[in-house]
Design a protein. Structure first.
Length: 425
């Protein structure tokens, strides 16, 4: 199925034995243990460069959405290719800095930025704040005044476009908490333009994630451009138009547009316009550049159902439990045992703890499984639920494997916790 991935396959199959770049996934599991996340440096680079070449001569800034995968080695890989970054917290900004990213290419999104986060971002001189409410605009103006800076601002507007994706990852409808109502935006821009420590530089929207069609992007951009023209009439000119992230990937049999298809749909609308185009892609850069490896601990049957109980759980990868996400799962080594239909479940004490349901797999106890498309919203959403140490993260570069995050230890689990003072003595 993954041969259908439109752009680049991080994982290839050699007679049913899976490898990433030039390294067999089974060797990685044996050497580094499971569960672990494994990313391909070549695939991450390829996916970023696909955007860059699709944008060709159009002035642009590709701000990788750090939330999709924030490991500093992933950020470093992208920073070295000239990426900008879309952040939603000061933690993400500090990661970008540690990875060698350029703060002047950072856009700061999010509905609830605090004054201290604003201050740090102002000191570092980020490209702009994507402001999501009038209250935030007031706080930003005051914060900038207090530290004698001027904040570059892009208003995130809500274009009221249906992204036709899962309701939890749809953000561009009026009923969602995100952005400023596009019909009210001209008033808010006029207010912003009068503020002493605000410089209006752009407009921004992000309508949702895992979009598999260009039509909602085009509809949102048309609405943004109508707003930009209206602002022009009011004497407010913008330097950039940010159309957010959201391009989908192939998990199963979806056929999302490539960055090239996406830009072919969008760029004609920008013909003759001087504003720089800003993008905030996350998933489409990292999802199919990564996998999660997990080992079968037990096979169990209750008469009606077969379960493959593996050593990764919903705390390691929550997407199936949270979004009913379908992610492909296959053994890393081909086996001749007869296939059976399994639910692949983890050790966490919840019925929602599953990675995959009703999959035909040829496996025995001890087999290593590869969960595909796990490079985005995988490790970053993991937790220590059930006091499970978080998985290791590895990066494959040709025939080399680098540990980019050590597996957590039991000691790590309670570092920072404290016992109450003892009563005795
Ligand atoms: N920009 C903003 C303002 C965002 O909120 C997001 C994602 C992005 C860019 C990047 O979108 P992408 O290109 O990755 O679709 N955890 C969910 C996805 C949540 C997306 C949140 N916002 C999942 O696993 O499907």
């Amino acid at each position: 199925m993954h041969d259908a991935v439109s752009s680049f396959t991080a994982v290839s199959s050699d007679q049913g034995n899976l490898q990433m770049e030039r390294v067999p996934l089974n060797d990685i599991a044996n050497q580094f243990g499971t569960p672990c996340y494994v990313y391909s440096k070549a695939a991450i680079s390829h996916n970023f460069l696909a955007y860059q070449s699709a944008l060709a001569d159009k002035a642009h800034l590709i701000c990788y959405a750090v939330k999709a995968n924030s490991n500093i080695a992933v950020l470093q890989t992208l920073a070295e290719l000239g990426a900008g970054f879309d952040i939603v917290s000061i933690g993400e900004l500090e990661r970008v800095l540690r990875a060698g990213g350029d703060p002047s290419k950072v856009v700061f999104s999010g509905v609830a930025k605090s004054a201290s986060e604003m201050q740090r971002a102002l000191e570092l001189g980020i490209h702009c704040f994507n402001v999501e409410s009038e209250a935030e605009l007031e706080l930003l103006n005051n914060t900038a005044a207090n530290c004698a800076r001027v904040a570059a601002v892009s208003l995130r507007v809500n274009p009221d476009v249906d992204a036709q994706t899962h309701p939890y990852i749809s953000t561009g409808l009026k009923e969602n908490k995100f952005g400023i109502d596009i019909d009210r935006a001209p008033q808010v821009y006029q207010r912003a333009a009068q503020m002493s420590h605000i410089k209006v530089v752009g407009v921004d929207c992000h309508i949702g994630s895992q979009l598999v069609d260009t039509a909602p992007f085009v509809a949102a951009l048309e609405r943004l451009l109508a707003l930009v023209d209206r602002l022009g009439e009011l004497g407010i000119t913008l330097d950039h138009i940010d159309i957010g992230g959201g391009l989908g990937v192939c998990y199963n049999n979806e056929q999302p547009p490539t960055p090239e298809n996406y830009m072919a749909a969008v760029l004609p609308l920008l013909q003759g316009r001087s504003e720089m185009l800003v993008l905030e892609p996350g998933r489409s850069i990292v999802a199919n550049a990564g996998v999660m490896l997990t080992q079968v601990q037990y096979l169990k049957s209750n008469g009606e159902k077969n379960f493959a109980i593996v050593d990764a759980a919903m705390n390691d990868m929550i997407r199936p439990a949270l979004y009913q996400a379908w992610m492909d799962i296959q053994p890393v080594v081909r086996s001749d045992v007869p296939a059976a239909v399994y639910d692949v479940v983890g050790p966490v004490c919840e019925t929602g703890d599953f990675l995959a349901k009703e999959r035909s797999l040829s496996i025995s106890t001890g087999a290593t499984l590869c969960l595909f498309s796990a490079g985005a919203y995988g490790f970053v959403m993991s937790s220590n639920y059930n006091s499970r140490p978080r998985a290791a993260e590895l990066m494959v570069d040709d025939d080399q494997v680098h540990v980019i995050r050590q597996r957590e230890t039991i000691e790590d689990l309670f570092s920072g916790e404290q016992l109450l003072p003892s009563k005795a003595g």
